[in-house]
Design a protein around this ligand. Structure first.
Ligand SMILES: [Zn+2]
Ligand SMILES: [Zn+2]
Length: 258
């Protein structure tokens, strides 16, 4: 059993075929999929997907790309949605993106910190999106020592991953770890201890080798990322499946595995 801990079933390319995508994942042994909502319109679509399959769980957050569009009452809306739906396992994705976000940095900081406060209030883990903003994100997370979190789609170096691991992070790897031009990510992946490792697709983006030529990534392809990670770490796919599933259950809660 494998778990795709981060995908976007509600994004174009997947939404039109979401039921078939989930069926293919389950048939491939990817028996749980966590679909991530990134703004208020997307949250409604995620909630609809949770009704469609027992294999699909969710997380809701405001992505740093959408931070400038979060309404004044977005935390109150999220609080209501979390209270109503027990298949929502985490707050996120949220964080900081200095690479190509339209949202000013101070807005990103405010929206991120509000979501960390909500996660603490609801006792939920956080899914972090961090791009070109590791030192600022580390500084903010250090203020929340009791919050469990995953740094999703990890693209940093061994030095970056060391800093995150010191704060108790789980580290999520996508198909990027299979790319020839991302050897620093492969090095970071080898460095992560067994009990901190997660696998994900970030579908519809970032299809892993050997599916990279396929435009739309999908949760079943997490198998290729897990197999590559097994090769990098000198172990078996079965071992990677076992440890990453146990880690996902510890981070997101036992209800994910039931
Ligand atoms: Zn992300
Ligand atoms: Zn994402």
């Amino acid at each position: 059993m494998l778990i795709d801990t981060h995908c976007h079933l509600t994004y174009p390319g997947l939404l039109e075929q979401a039921d078939a995508v989930v069926a293919r994942a389950v048939a491939a042994g990817v028996s749980r999929v966590i679909t991530i909502g990134t703004d208020s319109a997307d949250h409604i679509k995620v909630l609809a997907q949770l009704q469609r399959s027992s294999a699909v769980f969710g997380a809701l957050g405001v992505h740093p790309h959408h931070a400038h569009a979060a309404g004044a009452d977005f935390i109150a809306t999220l609080r209501t949605q979390f209270a109503k739906n027990c298949k929502l396992l985490a707050v996120g994705e949220c964080g900081l993106d200095y690479h190509h976000s339209e949202a000013p940095r101070e807005v990103q900081h405010h929206v991120f910190e509000s979501q960390l406060a909500l996660a603490a209030e609801l006792n939920l883990p956080v899914i972090l999106h961090v791009r070109d903003a590791h030192s600022d994100a580390l500084a903010i997370i250090r203020q929340h020592p009791r919050t469990a979190f995953v740094v999703h789609c990890f693209t940093g170096s061994v030095t970056d991953v060391e800093l995150w691991l010191e704060l108790g992070a789980y580290i999520g790897f996508t198909g990027i770890v299979t790319y020839k031009n991302a050897s620093h990510v492969a090095d970071a992946c080898k460095y992560v201890p067994d009990d901190r490792l997660l696998v994900e697709t970030d579908a519809p983006y970032l299809a892993p080798v050997p599916k990279r030529s396929i435009k739309t990534n999908e949760p079943s392809f997490v198998l290729h990322t897990a197999a590559h990670i097994a090769m990098l770490r000198g172990t078996t796919l079965e071992n990677i499946a076992e440890i990453t599933t146990a880690n996902a259950g510890r981070l997101f809660g036992a209800r994910l595995l039931n």
